[in-house]
Ligand binder design. Structure first.
Ligand code: E4P
Length: 222
């Protein structure tokens, strides 16, 4: 499974990349807006740090506007994946961009039928937003499972990129289902390392080691 970080914050991207487990980055207009930086400069910085797919979203919602923004974004670097909203005009643009060998990430997916349409349009990635589905008392992970099943039934190449991840269990369930990618906020990546038994076990190992040192240094006292 590929791990992407879902942020536009350079410090977080740098730290996640230093862990050696980062395969790519996803951004969205809200995440970019939070950073208050020029979008182009921000993308350049991200592309310097991570040698993998970097999703950058278009703002236009009409076919021609989406194509123009998408081509400009794709011109920046081969690793740019153009993020396109799951609307009619968006999927029309995804088809055209695919014919131009521009990679796309279809975003704001909340139903299996939407995901099927994105695959038919030739999307490189589909992004089901699991956390936001959970927020309305429906199962985000059931959505992911249905998309994976549909894509397997018809051998679609579109990769399932699980987005809007809120906690490590989302990642584990996505991995068990065989999702291709998870994009996670920095806080969730950090939580993946944690286990209380690891902390207790390590504490005990170190204190036992310290006792050995004391015995070796002061055999009579021991
Ligand atoms: C996906 O690519 C989006 O950027 C993201 O995962 C949305 O997550 P949120 O629901 O936590 O805003």
């Amino acid at each position: 499974m590929k791990f992407f970080i879902d942020t536009a914050n350079i410090d977080e991207i740098r730290e996640a990349a230093s862990l050696g487990i980062l395969d790519g980055v996803t951004t969205n207009p809200s995440l970019v807006s939070k950073e208050g930086k020029n979008f182009r400069k921000l993308l350049d910085e991200i592309l310097e740090i991570v040698d993998g797919p970097v999703s950058a979203e278009v703002i236009a919602t009409d076919y021609d506007g989406i194509l123009k923004e998408a081509r400009d974004l794709a011109d920046i670097h081969d690793n740019i994946v153009v993020k396109v909203p799951l609307i009619k005009e968006g999927l029309k643009a995804v088809r055209t961009l695919g014919e131009e060998n521009i990679n796309t990430n279809v975003t704001l997916c909340f139903s299996p039928s939407q995901a099927l349409m994105a695959a038919k349009a030739g999307a490189t990635y589909i992004s089901p937003f699991v956390g936001r589905v959970d927020d309305i008392s429906t199962s985000g992970m059931d959505l992911v499972s249905q998309i994976i099943q549909i894509y397997r039934n018809y051998n679609y190449d579109t990769q399932v990129l699980v987005a809007s991840i809120r906690h490590p269990l989302h990642l584990v369930e996505a991995a068990l289902m065989g999702a291709d990618v998870c994009t996670m906020p920095f806080a969730v990546i950090n939580k993946l390392f944690n286990h209380p038994l690891t902390d207790v076990g390590l504490k005990n190992f170190l204190s036992d080691w310290q006792k050995l040192n004391e015995k070796v240094e002061n055999p009579k006292k021991a």
